[in-house]
Design a protein around this ligand. Structure first.
Ligand code: ARG
Length: 458
């Protein structure tokens, strides 16, 4: 049974009904729907649009409906097309004609806009808590690995020695930005659309400030057409989640690489890896791969909603109903990945020896050797050329720079002296880089202290 039968002479075609219905997914926010209705009723009563008795009767019944759904006594079925109709028709069934007054001065257009905002507003806070946990985990691992030397890469080629703390510190910054994006989005989305009506407000003397305040919003939206047709806040949220997934995908990709036989930088915990049904030796990084894989889903949701919205004339159009499944799925995916990435990182063992050994091979100290010559007065461009020849010579000899004798150094350039060995030692290479943001232990300690402050204040 529809709430809108009056104008029709024939029942809806069953396929049309099913195609149109959203109850399968919008029941997700039944709590918010009832919460919004209660605020609306309180306001209608305050404004004498409903009598005190009517208001109280409706409010008590709505609270009872909420309790009954919560404890399973009232099942949400698909006898109604959406959650709004389900709650309202249950109310009418339970209290009769007074229930029919609930929808005074309201449309499902502003109602759904409100419900979705209330729901996603809470979800933004949950996402932020999960990011916060991840930041805490990353910062703790950073503390343990201030002196774990590893190669830093460009083009996936060994570039310069860094530390694991420094490498993970890059992810700390990324997830910190993700968190601040959520905070920004929250501020913009925390505006109340209730009272926008179908699109043109209402003729009743609604107190929109009051409902906005009851529901914890910063105020009512200032344009009723925008109130019912704005989905920017969802697009922003999907975009922020897509960015988080991109960050999680990058760290997952590194874990996958670091977990290969060739690297062996990490040992994944047995609880976070899976085996092969045929190859007994396998221990696969499926969780990292799934996080990487699920990133595509969230990008898809963002592209999908952007595309849905692009051609919509003002104001409400049914196309917008498509926002829900996309956002719900992206939320479930992103929250799940944040949780799993956090737990996976916590249980991962980092192989200090392998990382250290890998940092010493591959001429990661070549830049420092060039800087050594510069400090002895050789112009940088010449120094670059000299070290290039030195590297070529070492490759031919199948040696690292550290393995060359002082005569071999001097043969290429007589500016070299015994002190070169100390300079090209990887520990020296790392610890001479002590400007803020660099991998040197002192610089990293300063950053970790700032991270601690950030974690405690947020
Ligand atoms: N299920 C609808 C949605 O999600 C609710 C709003 C319906 N409004 C309407 N005019 N049909 O968008």
């Amino acid at each position: 049974m529809n709430l809108w039968g009056g104008r029709f002479t024939k029942p809806t075609n069953q396929l049309v009904y099913d195609f149109n219905a959203s109850i399968d997914f919008d029941q997700t926010f039944y709590q918010q729907d009832i919460q919004g209705s209660i605020a609306h009723v309180k306001m209608l009563t305050k404004q004498n649009i409903l009598t005190l008795e009517e208001g109280q009767l409706i409010e008590t019944a709505l609270n009872q409906i909420l309790t009954d759904i919560n404890n399973g006594e009232l099942k949400i079925d698909n006898s109604q097309e959406d959650i709004h109709s389900f709650v309202e028709s249950t109310l009418i069934q339970r209290i009769g004609d007074t229930g029919k007054k609930l929808h005074t001065g309201r449309s499902r257009n502003d109602q759904v806009a409100l419900d979705m905002r209330l729901y996603t507003r809470d979800q933004v806070i949950m996402l932020n808590t999960l990011i916060h946990n991840l930041l805490t985990t990353i910062n703790e691992i950073m503390k343990e690995h201030l002196d774990t030397i590893m190669p830093g890469f460009t083009h996936l080629q060994k570039a310069q020695p860094i530390t694991l703390a420094h490498h993970l510190g890059a992810y700390f910054e990324m997830f910190k930005r993700d968190s601040s994006r959520l905070e920004d989005i929250y501020t913009r989305m925390n505006i109340c659309p209730l009272g926008s009506g179908a699109l043109a407000g209402t003729t009743y003397p609604l107190d929109r400030e009051y409902t906005a305040q009851l529901l914890g919003f910063d105020g009512p939206c200032l344009n009723s057409i925008d109130g019912v047709s704005d989905r920017d806040y969802l697009i922003e949220l999907l975009s922020a989640m897509a960015t988080m997934m991109m960050h999680m995908s990058r760290i997952s990709e590194e874990i996958i690489i670091w977990n290969t036989n060739e690297y062996q930088f990490v040992e994944l915990d047995d609880t976070f890896s899976t085996g092969s049904s045929i190859m007994p030796q396998k221990k696969n990084p499926d969780i990292a791969e799934l996080i990487r894989g699920k990133t595509g889903r969230v990008y898809g949701a963002l592209t999908s909603l952007l595309t849905t919205m692009k051609g919509l004339p003002l104001a409400y159009n049914k196309d917008m109903q498509e926002d829900k499944e996309l956002v719900f799925d992206a939320l479930t995916t992103t929250k799940g990945c944040l949780q799993l990435l956090n737990d996976m990182l916590k249980s991962t063992t980092f192989n200090k020896q392998k990382m250290r050994k890998s940092a010493t091979g591959g001429f990661t100290n070549a830049t420092d050797a060039a800087d050594y010559l510069v400090n002895k007065g050789v112009p940088f461009r010449d120094a670059h050329g000299i070290i290039g020849r030195l590297v070529l010579y070492a490759i031919e000899q199948n040696k690292d720079l550290d393995d060359l004798s002082i005569d071999e150094f001097k043969n290429i350039c007589d500016v070299f002296d015994e002190d070169i060995y100390e300079i090209i030692n990887v520990e020296t290479c790392v610890n001479k880089r002590n400007t803020i943001g660099a991998p040197g232990i002192e610089a990293m300690k300063q950053v970790i202290a700032l991270n601690d402050i950030y974690i405690n204040e947020n």
